[in-house]
Write a protein of this length. Structure first.
Length: 374
């Protein structure tokens, strides 16, 4: 299955759960809660829905609204309990399906999420909230064409939906060869992110996403400017610091790159690619021991990064002219499957990090053994 480019993280960690009133109610507690919800005063909204549910704890509408509020407050397990019960009590409610489906998406249960959101969209095919949430699930399972169609449908229904433009740009970007994205695809994604920013100038994620596109176009000044705006708008977005680190590294501003990767790590220390990219920057700075530490951290965090990080460790030892350790890690990388891909084999063949060792016939024998495909 095609792997999402890890440096993008467009809206993959953000899910949209816009509550809509499933039916008009005249109950004052319910109306009060809905009013506070609309004002984003979730604490008072929760109090109101709790009061409403005192009369009937199994009222599906009260459970639905309380679940939505709890999800907005980040209390996802409690929200799931309410929304699952609301759906059981009223299995025909498209809004309950949508809310519960979005939570399944958040918890990574994409099949269950898609089943519910398909049903919700089947009931209300032009509901932009339902379409957006289903599109997000499709992005998560890497069905980029299908996700594109949902976001494109939203834009045809509402040309002012900034989130849909941002998400369509995400789908455009990822529905291609991520190792070698076409300029045409990148420009189209850039247009979508620019439209999202035009509609909502405070849309930090759209700036971040456009900055990453500029980085892949090697437009480093533009990338830097977009990422700085994203940082100002959302100073706790670890992906902004991560991508700034990559841009700084491309600009050969290595100290600033390390500082940015460090900030990303402080906010979210569970992303292997942060350590991997910081390790590569350490390599460029000839900080070999620090690079090894980072590559090993990445291996411990993400099994999928293991083959490449083993190769990077071999590369690190090669730069230290340590033929024994270089051989060891090249063999480990081969065992992990790194050299099965032609592009990786070619990367090794052309990698200047091994130039000095290639003067040694013993290393050339090792090199040829590693490249040999059974």
């Amino acid at each position: 299955m095609k792997k999402l480019l890890t440096s993008i993280y467009f809206l993959l960690c953000t899910w949209v759960l816009l509550a809509q009133n499933p039916e008009t109610s005249t109950n004052p507690w319910l109306q009060t809660g809905q009013l506070y919800f609309g004002q984003k005063n979730y604490t008072l909204a929760l109090n109101a829905f709790n009061q409403y549910l005192k009369k009937d704890p199994l009222d599906w509408e009260g459970l639905y609204w309380r679940g939505v509020v709890l999800s907005k407050m980040g209390r996802y397990n409690e929200a799931f309990t309410d929304l699952e019960l609301a759906h059981k009590l009223n299995p025909k409610s498209a809004h309950a399906m949508n809310a519960l489906g979005s939570l399944f998406d958040y918890f990574g249960e994409y099949e269950k999420a898609l089943t519910l959101l398909d049903k919700a969209v089947g009931i209300e095919p032009d509901n932009t909230t339902f379409l957006n949430n289903r599109g997000m699930v499709l992005l998560h399972i890497e069905k980029f064409n299908a996700a594109f169609l949902d976001f494109d449908h939203i834009i045809r229904l509402d040309t002012t939906d900034a989130t849909a433009y941002n998400n369509r740009g995400t789908a455009r970007f990822n529905n291609q060869s991520l190792e070698n994205p076409s300029v045409e695809d990148l420009r189209r994604a850039e247009q979508d992110f620019s439209k999202a920013i035009e509609i909502n100038p405070q849309f930090s994620m759209a700036y971040r996403n456009r900055g990453v596109v500029h980085m892949h176009l090697n437009e480093l000044t533009e990338a830097y400017q977009d990422l700085l705006i994203a940082k100002r708008l959302e100073p706790m977005d670890d992906r902004v610091y991560f991508n700034l680190g990559k841009v700084y590294s491309k600009m050969q501003k290595y100290d600033l790159a390390i500082a940015s990767f460090n900030e990303a790590e402080k906010i979210a220390n569970y992303y292997a690619e942060t350590y991997m990219e910081r390790g590569l920057t350490h390599l460029l700075m000839k900080n070999y021991e620090s690079a090894k530490i980072d590559f090993n951290k990445a291996i411990n965090l993400d099994e999928e990064k293991k083959p490449r990080c083993l190769y990077y460790l071999a590369k690190t030892y090669a730069l230290q002219n340590n033929i024994e350790e270089t051989e060891l890690y090249l063999k480990k990388a081969k065992k992990a499957g790194f050299f099965k891909e032609f592009v990786n084999r070619n990367e090794f063949i052309t990698d200047t990090a091994f130039d000095e060792l290639e003067k040694d016939p013993a290393f050339m024998k090792i090199r040829n053994e590693v490249l040999k495909i059974k």
